[in-house]
Design a binder for this molecule. Structure first.
Ligand code: MN
Ligand code: MN
Length: 318
């Protein structure tokens, strides 16, 4: 870790301006919008995708980035366990939101993909805040230009389902099926952790089995323990570039109720952080935290847990 001494990339300290004051950016970082003269210097860019056009049931994740920015002003500079100070290890910035077209899915996905292509071209690794889980697909399209990526995926759903209502449309239930079919992900380097909940059928599990995707149901995670499962996750991902996708519904709805498709019987808030600490050593090409739906989060505790997970992700990326 080489400490930065550039005040531009240093978050606003709560010792200088109280955390409840000022214009909220992710973790109080500088806002570096597209076209900013310093954009090429950003090593890790926090980006909001305020869109939930892939949601099949309870909407609202389009309001996620704004709620997450507000909650994230409570994040401080240093990780309590690893001692990592990510804002000194890497030049981090809030790159703002990519504007969706709220009435046109194809246009929205193209706008998102364009942003992540540009980030990839200039060597900025993204930490994306959703938005629903379909927002991950254009990120992968932007990042996996040269070679397919590995994937470590925390979720209560595999998101490998066939299209909804018998059609061909993309939804937040099939981004990873599409990503495998498009060659964006290497299924042999994919692991999905925390899977649970009632099913329509087993089509997603059959797709996983046919492609060699490792699925860890919640029962296996709890029986083996987090350390053992995360050791396997590191092995599955290997030495290659790997994307980390974190659906907040991985966490038990007692701790994260503000999401579109909650499933009971999940990890608690501490375990939600602990799994990310197990990513140390993975070559992370980008990461996201998706599916926070502020209209279902009146207490704000889902958003607070979500930004705490984002800080954990940032620390393992840094
Ligand atoms: Mn889910
Ligand atoms: Mn998901």
């Amino acid at each position: 870790m080489s400490p930065l001494h550039d005040p531009f990339f240093t978050p606003v300290s709560g010792m200088e301006l109280p955390r409840f004051a000022g214009v909220p950016t992710f973790m109080r970082l500088p806002h570096v919008p597209d076209g900013d003269p310093r954009e090429a210097e950003v090593e890790i860019g926090l980006v909001g995708l305020p869109w939930d056009g892939g949601t099949s049931n309870r909407p609202g994740a389009r309001h996620g980035p704004r709620a997450l920015r507000d909650a994230s002003t409570m994040i401080r500079a240093e990780h309590p366990v690893s001692g990592m100070r990510p804002f000194e290890a890497r030049r981090c910035a809030d790159l703002g939101d990519v504007g969706p077209n709220p009435v046109d899915m194809a246009d929205t996905l193209a706008r998102f993909e364009g942003c992540f292509k540009r980030l990839k071209a200039r060597g900025t690794r993204p930490l994306m805040a959703g938005g629903d889980h379909l927002c991950t697909l254009p990120v992968l399209r932007g990042l996996a230009q040269e070679a397919p990526l590995g994937l470590i995926h925390f979720d209560s759903h595999t998101d490998l389902f066939p299209a909804y209502f018998g059609g061909t449309a993309l939804t937040h239930g099939n981004p990873f099926r599409a990503a495998v079919e498009e060659g964006l992900l290497d299924p042999k380097r994919m692991i999905q952790i925390g899977i649970r909940g009632t099913l329509y059928d087993r089509a997603d599990r059959e797709f996983a089995a046919a492609h060699g995707i490792r699925v860890i149901p919640i029962e296996e995670l709890f029986a083996r323990g987090i350390a053992d499962v995360m050791a396997e996750a590191r092995e599955v991902a290997g030495d290659g570039d790997t994307y980390v996708s974190y659906d907040i519904d991985f966490v038990d709805p007692a701790f994260a109720p503000g999401t579109g498709t909650p499933e009971v019987g999940g990890p608690n808030a501490f375990q939600a952080l602990e799994v990310v600490r197990g990513l140390q050593g993975v070559k992370i090409a980008g990461a996201d935290l998706v599916e926070v739906s502020p209209p279902f989060d009146p207490q704000g505790n889902t958003a607070w847990l979500a930004v705490s997970i984002m800080f954990e992700l940032l620390c393992v990326m840094a």
